[in-house]
Design a protein around this ligand. Structure first.
Ligand SMILES: [Zn+2]
Length: 310
């Protein structure tokens, strides 16, 4: 049932978005169509009373666009932040690209608030996407033991020094568990692990290691039913995650160590605010109360990404 606020109809679940932070919004330019651009996403978040959004881009550091959106829309007060996904078009796994991203902007404090390992250029995803052997070979894999491949150690040190978020990207569960351990020993305090495909044991290991597990609307949505272009012309279908499985994994992580995000922006999904609203309702329906939801969609991402504390 919808309720009325200031004479306009409010959809169910909107009250849970007041103060929310969606750290996973794909509203930057892309090679496939978007539902909204970065400024539209910011205005929509402001209208919903949200505190922040994080722009993610597989092709470029998004901190500059985030800084522009924050300046342009200073009045609504949404804290828009960006960062670097170390995909090849964005400079790849390069300490120099990370160093630039961390300082990139118009003024101090504008720089990247997250550094992510590759998403699609991981051997884990390249194999799932049935890429060629030479393509897979050129992608990142975290070894089971021994030192990290260069220059990942240096990059982790930069992340620790700047106290920004390390996102483990789309490596496999066992690789993410090892990365969390190694990053912690190098002093990285803020770690976010996309966890929708992990086993309960892996989720337990990464959250016990001090990382947050991220679950996104995309994986339970109809976007998993069609092939989409992500980083090049090849269309790939993302395997769906049953809602019951997501519920189980959140139960293992506990709301205190969980971040919920939309991962919306692609044209077939609703715009990010609507995606997040639907997601929050779906997760709540599995048995999490309003306080749990607030922890996962507001408090945790807000603290992790230092929303409003620049
Ligand atoms: Zn994404």
């Amino acid at each position: 049932m919808s309720s009325t606020v200031h004479g306009s109809v409010m959809s169910p679940g909107m009250e849970q978005l007041a103060g929310a932070v969606d750290c996973h919004v794909h509203a930057c330019p892309h090679i496939n169509a978007r539902s909204v651009d970065a400024l539209e996403a910011t205005r929509a978040a402001a209208a919903a009373g949200m505190r922040g959004i994080g722009l993610m881009d597989n092709f470029a550091n998004s901190a500059g666009l985030a800084a522009l959106a924050r300046r342009e829309l200073a009045e609504p007060g949404v804290d828009v932040f960006g960062g670097l996904i170390m995909e090849p078009p964005a400079g790849g796994i390069s300490a120099q690209a990370v160093r630039i991203a961390l300082d990139y902007g118009y003024e101090p404090g504008d720089g990247a608030r997250f550094v992510s390992l590759p998403t699609h250029h991981t051997r884990n995803i390249a194999r799932l996407e049935q890429r060629s052997a030479s393509y897979v070979e050129a992608c990142l894999e975290i070894p089971e033991r021994g030192a990290l491949p260069d220059p990942l150690g240096e990059i982790l040190d930069l992340v620790a020094e700047h106290d920004v978020v390390l996102n483990t990207g789309h490596v496999s569960g066992p690789e993410a568990v090892r990365l969390v351990e190694l990053a912690r020993t190098r002093g990285v305090e803020r770690i976010l692990v996309p966890a929708s495909y992990m086993t309960p044991e892996e989720v337990r290991a990464i959250t016990a290691g001090g990382a947050f597990a991220e679950f996104s609307f995309f994986f339970i949505s109809h976007a998993t039913q069609i092939g989409l272009t992500h980083v090049d012309a090849q269309r790939n279908v993302t395997p769906p995650v049953p809602l019951a499985r997501m519920h189980e994994l959140i139960g293992v992580a506990t709301p205190a160590r969980t971040v919920l995000s939309s991962d919306c922006g692609v044209y077939v999904l609703p715009p990010p605010v609507e995606g997040l609203r639907e997601f929050v309702l779906m997760i709540a329906s599995t048995g999490f109360d309003a306080d749990d939801i607030r922890t996962m969609v507001d408090e945790n991402p807000g603290r992790l990404f230092k929303v409003g504390n620049r």
